[in-house]
Design a protein around this ligand. Structure first.
Ligand SMILES: NC(=O)c1ccc[n+]([C@@H]2O[C@H](COP(=O)([O-])OP(=O)(O)OC[C@H]3O[C@@H](n4cnc5c(N)ncnc54)[C@H](O)[C@@H]3O)[C@@H](O)[C@H]2O)c1
Ligand SMILES: [Zn+2]
Ligand SMILES: [Zn+2]
Length: 371
């Protein structure tokens, strides 16, 4: 069939919305009509090259839609089902999956190719070339073919533009705080960068019973929004947060620091560790440019105060368990998702959506395919 998708042909170029030839789903694969896709910063990293990938590539990994057709052997979803995609495949059987770490599934090792898991070939083609898929999904499209391992069935009551957020921004921010961060009632938590992911870290800290929640972001209206999601204090920079957190915590500093700013930078690690209490933990969610970066941190301080620095991918969560659970929290009114959508765009306006992200206008922009 012919569908339409946003393709990145080369680094630095805008997304090109154009016709794409889509093959039928093969064994274990699912054809999904995408209804909504969030504009995550990670797809922006594809354009800059900070996130290496095969090219040309269809972007997008935060999507929701309706199953249209399934290939042989697919048992967990059927035509008509509403699904949200997990942005990492979860086979369910590898050591990581079977010990409750679906976000580290061994199948993730093939993600860089952007090709189908089963046979490492492409189902998407344009201008006579095979197209790779961001996170093996390619949700900046009207239709896609993905592996069953990435389809999470959800109830039909959640609007697609809300549901799609659960696939990345929500699972990542919430999980980084609850699972990787292990925030406990009474903890002080700092969230560095209150964008699409960070706002869900703020909400998770509130749900976990954090005492003080320090939201750090240079954009004033994001700081104001953070207060509405549960932040108790705000600051415009990491440097300005230091005296604030020091004063508010009587010098103990923040037990958990969740880093969700636009790009991870090696030079900010030392100031971030200064915000962290003894026995505290920094959870690094933000992507840095791939490849090693020299880091200068106070190792003496790390040892003496027993600070921890951990990374977190997809909120260290289990998409098949957590996506439906997060949507339950939304239904129960504990997680506010609808208000995170600052603007919706038709697929053709994807570049406008990303420029609104770049200039700080959006908490989250969402493509709505029917618009
Ligand atoms: N680890 C994962 O699984 C995972 C998943 C999703 C996104 N990410 C990464 O998380 C990061 C955030 O993604 P997003 O979609 O929320 O981006 P976003 O653009 O919506 O939000 C980033 C926020 O950081 C703020 N910021 C910029 N410089 C800052 C600074 N010096 N101090 C504090 N805040 C600052 C921006 O104003 C913005 O509000 C990106 O690097 C993205 O690639 C990682
Ligand atoms: Zn994402
Ligand atoms: Zn697995």
């Amino acid at each position: 069939m012919i569908t339409e998708a946003a393709v990145l042909w080369d680094r630095g170029e805008p997304w090109s919305v154009e016709p794409v030839e889509l093959d039928d789903p093969r064994r274990g694969e699912v054809l999904v009509r995408i209804e909504a896709s969030g504009l995550c910063h990670s797809d922006g990293h594809l354009r800059t090259g900070a996130l290496p990938s095969a090219l040309p590539i269809i972007g997008g990994h935060e999507g929701a839609g309706v199953v249209e057709r399934v290939g042989d052997g697919v048992t967990s979803v059927s035509p008509g089902d509403h699904v949200v995609f997990g942005f990492i495949p979860a086979c369910g059987r590898c050591p990581a999956c079977s010990t409750g770490h679906q976000n580290q599934c061994d199948v993730g090792a093939v993600m860089g190719s952007g090709l189908q898991i089963t046979d490492q070939t492409a189902r998407h083609h344009a201008r006579g070339r095979d197209l790779a898929l961001m996170c093996l999904l390619g949700t900046f499209a009207r239709h896609t073919v993905v592996n069953e391992a990435q389809c999470v069935r959800i109830g039909a009551d959640v609007p697609f533009e809300v549901a799609c957020l659960a696939g990345c921004a929500v699972i990542t921010g919430y999980g980084a705080t609850i699972y990787a961060g292990g925030v406990e009632p009474g903890d002080d938590v700092a969230v560095i960068g209150v964008g699409g992911v960070g706002v869900n870290a703020v909400q998770a800290a509130r749900i976990a019973g954090a005492r003080r929640i320090f939201a750090v972001d240079p954009v004033p209206h994001k700081r104001d929004l953070a207060l509405g999601y549960g932040a108790t204090h705000t600051s415009g920079s990491i440097d300005a947060a230091y005296p604030l957190i020091k004063a508010e915590t009587d010098g103990r500093m923040s037990q958990r620091v969740i880093v969700t700013m636009d790009v991870a930078r090696a030079d900010l690690l030392a100031p971030i560790l200064r915000l962290t209490a003894k026995l505290g933990r920094v959870v690094l969610v933000s992507l840095a440019a791939a490849g090693p970066q020299p880091v200068t941190i106070n190792l003496f301080d790390l040892t003496m105060r027993e600070k921890q620095l951990v990374g977190s991918l997809s909120g260290s969560a289990n998409p098949h368990h957590d996506i439906p659970r997060l949507l339950d929290l939304y239904r129960d009114g504990l997680l506010d998702l609808g208000s995170q959508i600052s603007a919706t765009y038709p697929l053709k306006q994807i570049n406008e959506g990303y420029s609104d992200m770049a200039d700080g206008t959006n908490l989250r922009g969402v493509l709505v395919m029917g618009s």
